[in-house]
Design a binder for this molecule. Structure first.
Ligand code: G6P
Length: 612
């Protein structure tokens, strides 16, 4: 969480920094700030709230500089207010810093600095770090980069930081460990950012800084060294991302664009991999470890949030098609247990951002015990994609709305392709069934397109339930994780309490909640649990619950029982989550819009959770 940007070159830095911060707002939006070197001193401007609030503060101010840093915050230490906003300036007014991450030993460092006469105005770990660097620099008379290296050797935690100093107005220094940082190489100018989205409109040549590297940009040149001061030769990547992909393109919200973009993003995800004519599946990213996957005794899926829900669907798919036992773990729980992992176990790590701190840490733990890690990641070049042994990208394009939608369906698509290919190679699926599922998968984009046609009806239903205080979501089999995902979507963006449950478990608790005020969304598409879920709907109706059912088209039975029905096209039950989740995404979207909530940037959340 937190987005950071930096610029050094010949242009006016401020507009570039503000534009960059807007692109990174999905990473946090509790406060925003910039610091620039103006006429030999540091000008720092910061404000609680969004980048728009900061822009108001800056309106009418004459700020001119060609070097600066900026930050958009997701609060960890200290409440979101103006004082705790970044940048933070050191006591002597010489240094300014922006930071994404957490300095874990900031408490002891702070006490030590206070005993040396330092004063602190904020509650942040970041203010401690910049004063610690100032202290080392001034007591040992070091260059900024040397002081930074010494300081970081004594720091415990995660960081992506950028620092400017009024004494060296042509220099920008940065470092990372555990939090992402990308350097964009322009012509005589350099851009720093948490991801490539603020950079892409200026240059497509980027370097992903590695953990514990320190970057110095000075007088039109840059160099990167490791924590031992040894020069590194970085790899320059050429980005293929297009600017259009990260703009709203006429939609009112990114979430709307992303929901309606799913026919295309799912197709993109299959492009070059699924060949319907030849009846073939290729996944170039998983080549060396394909056999290891097929022969694995078990698979462990690690993920958080929506990605974890995709993992739950994958569990059913892998077990059914590949006959390999699967465990799906919250990365945050897994990393603090003492999990049993043996050499050759396969870990599939699922992450949209590729930066989720808990997932990264869980991967490291699994790797240290001999597991083979396959990453299923959207963001190209992200940390998880780099630490995985192999993997398959989603190719869904950037997802900006904080609530994940198109990444979920792309995750399901990629996981399905991995499972289907492994099953065929392993011989656990008959060829005709393989071909049938492959064909069915190839039809998903058009079926999603059809499911989106229910939008108007869902908008009407949303109008009726926008003031509900609670929702229950029920599903069975492959649709159980969809129920969890539907409930999560609603909670995230509309702030209505919602619970997802396996429909049969309802009678062990949630049934007590059902009355005429409780909308119950039942995902009841035609599959092997159909008769059972029909009984569950009757149980809800018998207690006067209001049922909104997602059904397969032409279902004649459920519309007679449910209060509202939303039809989705039929497909094989193992592929149904790709289609049945669509109405739930739309329902949460419309309810949130009607309640006046900030759909793309819901309160307290962030898209990329780089703290544990
Ligand atoms: C945050 C986001 C969710 C996401 C989760 C996991 O909570 O708001 O949308 O599902 O993190 O993120 P990842 O990037 O690892 O998929």
């Amino acid at each position: 969480m937190c987005g950071i940007v930096g610029y050094i070159g010949k242009k006016e830095a401020l507009p570039l920094l503000l534009k960059g911060l807007r692109r990174l707002e999905y990473r946090g939006y509790d406060s925003a700030g910039v610091a620039l070197i103006e006429n030999g001193s540091i000008g720092s401007y910061k404000k609680q709230g969004k980048v728009g609030d900061l822009e108001k503060v800056l309106q009418g101010q004459k700020v001119s500089s060609s070097i600066g840093i900026g930050h958009t915050r997701w609060a960890t230490h200290g409440e979101p207010n103006d004082v705790n906003a970044h940048p933070h300036v050191s006591n002597n007014g010489n240094l300014a810093i922006i930071h994404n991450g957490i300095i874990e030993n900031y408490g002891s460092l702070k006490e030590d600095l206070i005993s040396k006469g330092f004063e602190f105005s904020s509650d942040t770990d970041t203010e401690v770090l910049i004063n610690f660097i100032e202290y080392i620099q001034s007591s040992d008379n070091l260059t900024l980069e040397d002081a930074l290296r010494v300081a970081l050797s004594q720091v415990v935690g995660a960081y992506a930081i950028a620092i400017i100093s009024k004494d060296t107005p042509n220099k920008l220094v940065a470092a990372r460990k555990g939090s992402p940082m990308v350097l964009g190489l322009g012509k005589g100018e350099f851009f720093l950012a948490s991801d490539a989205t603020p950079i892409i409109e200026y240059t497509n040549e980027v370097i992903y800084l590695k953990d514990e590297e320190i970057l110095v940009i000075e007088d039109g040149n840059y160099h990167i060294k490791d924590s031992q001061d040894i020069p590194q030769t970085p790899h320059i990547h050429t980005l293929e991302l297009e600017l259009e992909a990260i703009e709203k393109g006429g939609h009112e919200h990114f979430m709307h664009k992303e929901i309606f973009g799913q026919p295309e993003s799912i197709a993109d995800c299959m492009r070059g991999r699924l060949n319907k004519e030849k009846g073939e599946l290729t996944l170039g990213g998983i080549r060396n470890y394909a056999k290891a996957l097929e022969n694995a005794d078990r698979i462990i899926i690690l993920a958080c949030g929506t990605s974890w829900h995709a993992g739950l669907v994958a569990e059913y798919v892998f077990e059914d098609l590949c006959r390999i036992p699967v465990e799906v773990e919250y990365a945050s729980e897994f990393r603090y247990r003492n999990p049993v992992i043996k050499e050759g176990d396969i870990v599939i790590a699922i992450s949209q951002s590729g930066e989720t701190a808990d997932t990264l840490a869980a991967i490291e733990l699994a790797k240290s015990r001999g597991a083979i890690v396959l990453g299923v990641v959207n963001t190209v070049g992200s940390s998880i994609s780099r630490v995985s042994h192999e993997g398959a990208y989603l190719h869904a394009g950037p997802e900006i709305g904080v609530a994940s939608t198109k990444a979920f369906t792309a995750q399901l698509t990629v996981l399905y392709m991995i499972a289907l290919r492994a099953a065929r190679n392993k011989g656990t699926i008959a060829e005709n069934r393989f071909q049938q599922l492959l064909r069915e998968l190839s039809l998903i984009p058009s079926k999603v397109e059809k499911a989106l046609l229910s939008n108007d009806k869902i908008e009407e239903i949303s109008e009726m339930f926008k003031n509900a205080s609670n929702f229950l979501y029920l599903g069975r089999g492959y649709n159980f994780p969809v129920a969890l995902e539907g409930a999560l979507k609603l909670k995230e963006i509309s702030y209505i309490h919602a619970e997802g449950y396996p429909a049969a478990e309802m009678k062990h608790g949630p049934i007590a909640l059902i009355d005429e005020n409780m909308p119950v969304v039942v995902i009841a598409t035609r599959d092997s649990s159909y008769d059972k879920i029909v009984s569950n709907i009757q149980e809800v109706k018998a207690r006067k619950g209001v049922v909104i059912a997602v059904v397969s088209e032409k279902d004649a039975l459920i519309p007679k029982m449910a209060d509202f029905t939303i039809e989705v096209p039929a497909t094989h039950e193992s592929l149904m989550p790709l289609v049945s989740v669509i109405p739930l995404q739309l329902l949460s979207y419309h309810i949130a819009v009607m309640r006046g909530a900030n759909v793309d940037q819901p309160r307290n959340l962030a898209k990329s959770v780089t703290v544990e």
